[in-house]
Design a protein around this ligand. Structure first.
Ligand code: SF4
Ligand code: SF4
Length: 262
């Protein structure tokens, strides 16, 4: 049977479901989207299940188990386009904090029978396991950026999602820079745009939930954080939150931790 509409499948791995909720949160816009797309798999929204291949697959969550590593390869094979959504899927998420620890050691400490636990030593971004067509950042993602990605797919064009920094959004919004004006540490200069500079608009610094921008100068920012009086251990933690596994943030936190920072 010929399908009239392209099929959309939504899958999740290790994550909190927040990015899938961003899709549900589209409310009015979602009606327009569902009108143009056939939901083939989206357990949070429907019991409908249409077997692959799917035209567009959205994947939330990071890969933390051998079973998940196998499943994402099967999903990739069944997907024409695969887009990862959110910090977990694009950088390993908050659970990538395990990448800096000894997983076997804390599994032994937490579980009475650690032999039943089958886990990877790291929390991985999806792109570490399979090729990805587009990565949408954020913790959670921005629903308007998500709609842009879906409509770009529908019209066969590249998504127009800025890879600039939160600083650019902050300036465009005419906001006072909390770092320059008040000495408040802010990760905005190295963080990917998408939120409209929400936190500086509330007079607080950005803590990087959209992950690194395209060309971040984290060592440069660390020098400024040090000049503001932020101690090295705090700077390490500043880079190790929702996107601790992102290369730019991970490398800078390790550089700081090893004492090679400013
Ligand atoms: S407040 Fe932060 S995001 Fe805004 S301009 Fe200053 S450093 Fe950049
Ligand atoms: S932490 Fe940064 S990226 Fe996240 S909402 Fe606040 S300003 Fe935006």
């Amino acid at each position: 049977m010929r399908r009239e509409q392209p099929t959309l499948a939504v899958f999740k791995f290790a994550s909190c479901d927040g990015c899938q909720l961003s899709l549900l949160d589209c409310e009015d816009e979602l009606l327009a989207v569902t009108d143009r797309i056939q939901l083939a798999h989206f357990p949070e929204a429907t019991r409908t299940r249409i077997d692959g291949p799917w035209d567009l697959t959205l994947v939330e969550g990071s890969i933390t188990t051998p079973e998940a590593a196998k499943e994402i390869r099967e999903i990739r094979r069944a997907s024409k386009f695969l887009v990862t959504i959110g910090a977990c899927a694009t950088t390993g998420g908050i659970q990538a904090l395990r990448n800096f620890a000894d997983v076997e050691e804390f599994t032994r400490q937490v579980y009475a029978h650690p032999e039943y636990i089958e886990t990877l030593a790291t929390s991985d971004a999806i792109s570490q396991h399979v090729p990805v067509d587009f990565e949408l950042r954020g913790c959670p993602i921005d629903k308007y950026q998500l709609l842009e990605v879906i409509s770009a797919f529908l019209y066969g064009r590249r998504p127009q999602v800025s890879s600039a920094s939160v600083c650019e959004e902050c300036k465009r919004a005419g906001q006072v820079c909390v770092m320059v004006a008040h000495g408040t540490p802010c990760l905005g200069p190295v963080t990917h745009a998408g939120c409209g500079a929400l936190c500086p608009g509330c007079h607080r610094g950005c803590y990087g939930c959209f992950g690194p921008k395209e060309t971040p100068n984290a060592p440069g920012l660390s020098g400024q954080l040090e000049a503001l009086g932020m101690e090295r251990a705090t700077r390490v933690r500043f880079y190790r939150t929702f996107n601790a596994g992102a290369d730019a943030f991970r490398e800078e936190s390790e550089r700081e931790e090893s004492g090679n920072g400013p």
